[in-house]
Design a binder for this molecule. Structure first.
Ligand code: ZN
Ligand code: ZN
Ligand code: ZN
Length: 216
């Protein structure tokens, strides 16, 4: 595999929006999908609304009326027409930006190599604890990298094969460097357990993050 450069994404104050129709699988299962029926139509971007505490304020968004012609009409998978028993949702994803060239995406469609700080995890910890048991890294951030198969690797989280499951302070994956300057590097050189060799095994990909690149 050609190594994939890891690059850092920072959040913007804008979000992408979709009109979503769907059904809960226990109420109306889809003939083609494991979950319920689902379809989304993208309706563009908007400013994000925030609560006083600085979190995204989902409750204050205005949902277009059911008469809006942009609502999806049929399920993407089974083509069943939606009716008034199905759900409506204004589905949103925050837009992130790569500051070096202005490339923008949501975390949902971020390409392989994208890295971001899941700040809402580290932020919740007022005690400043770090380690895989808290999903917080040595710089008090919670870094995630998008793997070639789309899997989101929580580098600061606990590996599924961690050999010290009762210890929260070690890091199953030890990070060095920074994603901002292309030096992010993950290995077992530090306070760690015996799981693996610092590599990541996703459902369909196995590789390393070495010297700022995803590699096999
Ligand atoms: Zn369906
Ligand atoms: Zn571990
Ligand atoms: Zn190292």
């Amino acid at each position: 595999m050609t190594p994939i450069k890891v690059f850092f994404l920072v959040p913007t104050d804008r979000e992408r929006r979709w009109l979503r129709r769907f059904s809960f699988s226990d109420k109306r299962p889809c003939a083609k999908r494991t979950y319920g029926c689902d379809a989304m139509f993208e309706v563009g971007e908007a400013d994000i609304l925030y609560t006083k505490e600085g979190y995204i304020d989902a409750a204050s968004r205005d949902m277009p009326p059911p008469t809006d012609p942009r609502w999806p009409v049929v399920c993407d998978a089974c083509r069943r027409p939606f009716d008034e028993k199905d759900e409506r949702q204004l589905f949103t994803k925050q837009i992130y930006i790569r500051e070096s060239d202005g490339f923008r995406c949501t975390l949902r469609d971020a390409p392989p190599g994208a890295c971001w700080d899941a700040w809402w995890i580290g932020d919740r910890r007022k005690d400043s604890a770090t380690g895989c048991g808290f999903m917080v890294g040595p710089d008090h951030r919670s870094l995630v990298v998008k793997c070639p198969d789309g899997h989101e690797w929580m580098i600061d989280g606990r590996a599924s094969n961690c050999t010290m499951p009762n210890d929260n302070a070690h890091h199953c994956w030890v990070r060095h460097g920074r994603p901002e300057d292309g030096t992010l590097h993950v290995d077992k050189n530090g306070n760690t357990c015996a799981a693996g060799a610092g590599s990541i095994q996703t459902p369909s990909w196995h590789g390393f993050l070495h010297n700022g690149h995803l590699t096999t």
